[in-house]
Ligand binder design. Structure first.
Ligand SMILES: Nc1ncnc2c1ncn2[C@@H]1O[C@H](COP(=O)(O)OP(=O)(O)OP(=O)(O)O)[C@@H](O)[C@H]1O
Ligand SMILES: [Mg+2]
Length: 276
């Protein structure tokens, strides 16, 4: 008799082990007029991975995020997330499915507090009906209290302790970047996509960000990271895909990518110092 007992052993090897596929791009192509920003790109991200998406400026990295999150429709090919074909899905539906992102250029509600920004993220899954909210019925109060507690916890997790009630506009640049991560996390994502989260960071802040990314993964979130800083990418990711002029030119572990001649020629060659 085969053993059908469910395996309840806690998974302590997240990231090292190949989990189920969370995201799958198959021959993804996206054209802007005559420019092919994504050209026949295929890759898969598995549950629990920290996955790097790198490549020179204009390689198509942000376009890839935009296609994944429903900002642009693919010209051809498919993107599947958690087994769902994302074709034609609206942005908020994709968020509800469990995909969250931050932006290369910070997008916060500047005149709202840090806490309020995170609460906006939490709203995606609000199950409170209009009437419950209007009359502030008990379920509404509980849900709001829970969301508040979670928002505060997320702000502390990303390192914005003591500044929860500060307007987003008044936070330091680094805190604004971290606040974006907290807001994305408030949507309870399975897959968190970070578009150059360390841009403008000093080495100490980059180190803290690497620790944070690992912490998020240890909480069960799969992470897709666009980043130019090679030390950070090589230090934190499990696998990497390299784009150049919209094409995938390499895929592998950080060690494999570092030694790949095509990658060195396309990208690392120009930043050899960072790559070492
Ligand atoms: N909405 C758009 N309309 C036309 N062209 C676009 C659009 N968005 C991006 N592009 C072009 O697509 C290509 C890929 O851009 P993308 O922003 O994805 O690059 P990237 O890899 O994120 O670069 P960077 O590292 O500089 O952020 C570029 O040539 C860019 O000019
Ligand atoms: Mg970009």
């Amino acid at each position: 008799m085969p053993d059908t007992t469910p395996d309840t052993t806690p998974d302590t090897t997240l990231g090292a082990k190949k989990g189920r596929t969370v995201l799958r791009l198959t021959n993804a192509t996206l054209r802007f007029g005559g420019l092919t920003a994504l050209n026949d790109v295929s890759f898969e991200i598995n549950e629990g991975e920290i996955f790097g998406l790198i490549g020179p400026n204009g390689a198509g990295k942000t376009t890839c995020f935009n296609a994944m999150t429903g900002v642009y429709a693919l010209t051809s090919g498919t993107i599947e997330f958690e087994g769902n074909d994302l074709a034609g899905r609206k942005r908020h539906k994709i968020t509800k499915l469990g995909m969250a992102r931050t932006f290369q250029n910070i997008r916060l509600f500047k005149s709202m507090t840090a806490l309020e920004n995170v609460m906006v993220g939490a709203d995606v899954h609000s199950k409170v009906s209009f009437f419950e909210a209007l009359f502030r019925l008990p379920r509404h109060r509980t849900t709001e209290a829970e969301a508040l507690e979670r928002a505060r916890e997320l702000l502390n997790l990303v390192g914005i302790e003591g500044r929860h009630d500060e307007l987003a506009a008044n936070l330091s640049y680094g805190d604004q970047r971290r606040l974006e991560i907290a807001r994305a996390m408030a949507t309870k994502p399975t897959l968190l996509c970070l578009d150059e989260p360390a841009a403008g960071f000093n080495p100490a802040e980059k180190q803290r960000l690497m620790d944070l990314i690992r912490k998020l993964r240890d909480r069960g979130v799969t992470v897709l990271l666009i980043e130019h800083d090679m030390r950070l990418v090589m230090g934190v990711t499990d696998r990497i895909v390299v784009l150049e002029f919209g094409r995938k030119i390499a895929e592998g572990t950080p060690a494999e990518i570092r030694d790949n001649p095509a990658v060195i020629a396309a990208y690392l060659g120009v930043e050899e110092e960072d790559a070492s």
